[in-house]
Design a protein around this ligand. Structure first.
Ligand SMILES: O=C(O)CCC(=O)C(=O)O
Ligand SMILES: [Fe+2]
Length: 453
């Protein structure tokens, strides 16, 4: 089927608040509109052109031929925010609305299935923000702007030698050996110095060096709320994968959730430490879900799942992957939504039925603000692939017996991204890395007594 655009069947009318899952070409280049009925659409409009094998499920959808008006609208409207000199198709995503509470009803199950199918096809879903979330996001965004406008020295003081929480200056983060221009405030689990895991010198465990309460309070209100949303999405995903309730959420008890509060400078106002136009290089994130809100500027690109692109970032870094290749999709800012992409552990758990979403960020003509919340397994979790549901995807148990220790994966990623940070230096100097193989860091049942060695 050379489907030119799809229209989701609304399994639950009220949950899918927009029904179109269309696709159009990039804002770049000239656009030949074709004959008007969509049947002679130029190659760029065919969703298979980006190399996407046409084997992916079509979501519960019926095909719909895009109209000329759709295409013009797509190019002129959503695509117009794409950063200059990037080449990509523009994704037009459905927006799902989450129920107040997940009960396992038929509509929850149908919604779960629609979410899984959309991830498998698009690599990303869009979720409507509740009215409360709109307020929390606006307050958090205002706090972010206030923070990033502080003098450089004040921001630079927000570091901690034990946790990776705090400030990361533009040009300090490294992806695939190249500096990113993003300026970041990272929030990890805020643990005081008396907390047993901090006293026991577990890698990455320590306080969050907040600049002030004006930053801390709105941020924590927002990310705590996103934590509830993350749990809901995982519960729905369990239905969609056809696995027992708790299969995913068992891992998020005391989850190592963290957040990146990001500012991207305009492309003409960088400090010369990175690659022109680059915000963050191509990468996948580490855990289960990345729930993000972006302002109206635009900069995010993703790759859809493809049979010819399988990576396992927990084994070998996927950073830099396909950075300059064709086949990227621009995710335009849409007011009132969160986007949700998948992390490495979701891929490992599902035996590649779901895949971690490769993404990158380009700098735009204006500065851009984003908050990305990472809904993660517990630091101690040892993840094992699921042996049920997941479209029948299986790996031989002997190949996966050891599982993946999430805390080790997280630590590896942060050490690689911040080789010169005080936290990395202290971790190495105190040989904390060796602790990652200790049994008490690999069980979710016990809160360890402090070992002050
Ligand atoms: O800027 C964005 O939209 C995404 C940021 C991102 O990929 C990250 O912080 O890991
Ligand atoms: Fe990311």
């Amino acid at each position: 089927m050379s489907c030119l655009a799809t229209r989701s069947v609304l399994p639950l009318g009220r949950r899918l608040i927009t029904s179109r899952a269309r696709l159009s070409t990039a804002a770049l280049g000239s656009l030949d509109i074709g004959s008007g009925n969509g049947m002679s659409m130029p190659p760029g409009f065919n969703i298979d052109v980006a190399g996407q094998p046409n084997k992916q499920p079509r979501i519960q959808s019926s095909s719909k031929i895009a109209t000329v008006a759709d295409k013009i609208h797509a190019r002129d409207d959503l695509g117009k925010t794409m950063p200059p000199s990037f080449k990509a198709q523009v994704a037009h995503l459905d927006t799902f609305e989450l129920p107040e509470k997940i009960t396992g009803s038929a509509s929850d199950r149908a919604l779960g299935k629609a979410i899984i199918d959309t991830w498998r096809y698009e690599g990303i879903i869009q979720i409507a923000q509740s009215d409360l979330q709109k307020k929390l996001w606006n307050d958090a965004k205002a706090a972010s702007k206030r923070f990033f406008r502080k003098p450089a020295a004040e921001k630079a003081a927000c570091v901690d030698s034990q946790s990776y929480a705090g400030y990361i200056a533009s040009g300090e983060e490294v992806t695939d050996g190249i500096a990113d221009y993003s300026e970041i405030f990272t929030i990890t689990k805020d643990l005081d110095l008396e907390e047993p895991r901090v006293r026991a010198k577990w890698p990455c465990h320590g306080p969050c060096p907040w600049p002030d309460v004006e930053m801390k309070e709105p941020m924590m209100r927002y990310v705590d709320n996103l934590g509830l949303e993350g749990e809901k999405i995982l519960q729905l995903a369990e239905f969609g994968l056809g696995v027992a309730p708790g299969t995913l959420t068992q891992y998020t008890r005391d989850g190592w959730h963290h957040t990146r509060v990001l500012r991207f400078p305009p492309r003409n106002a960088t400090n010369g430490k990175g690659k022109e136009g680059r915000g963050i290089g191509s990468h996948t994130d580490y855990g289960l879900l990345v729930i993000a809100a972006q302002d109206d500027v635009g900069g995010l690109f993703i790759r859809r799942p493809r049979d010819d692109e399988k990576f396992a970032n927990w084994q070998k870094s996927a950073a830099g992957h396909k950075e300059d290749a064709d086949g990227w999709f621009y995710i335009p800012p849409v007011e009132g939504v969160h986007t949700v992409i998948l992390g490495d552990m979701m891929q490992y758990l599902t035996n590649n039925y779901l895949t971690a979403t490769p993404h990158k960020v380009g700098l735009n003509t204006r500065e851009r603000f984003v908050i990305a919340y990472f809904h993660e397994p517990s630091f101690q979790a040892v993840i094992k692939p699921i042996n049920e549901g997941c479209g029948g995807m299986r790996t031989a148990p002997e190949q996966t017996e050891e599982g993946v220790h999430y805390g080790t994966h997280f630590t590896n990623m942060f050490m690689r991204n911040y080789p010169d940070r005080i936290t990395t230096k202290r971790l190495l100097a105190e040989n904390r890395y060796a602790k990652l193989s200790k049994p008490e860091l690999r069980t979710m049942d016990v809160m360890p007594a402090p070992q002050l060695d």
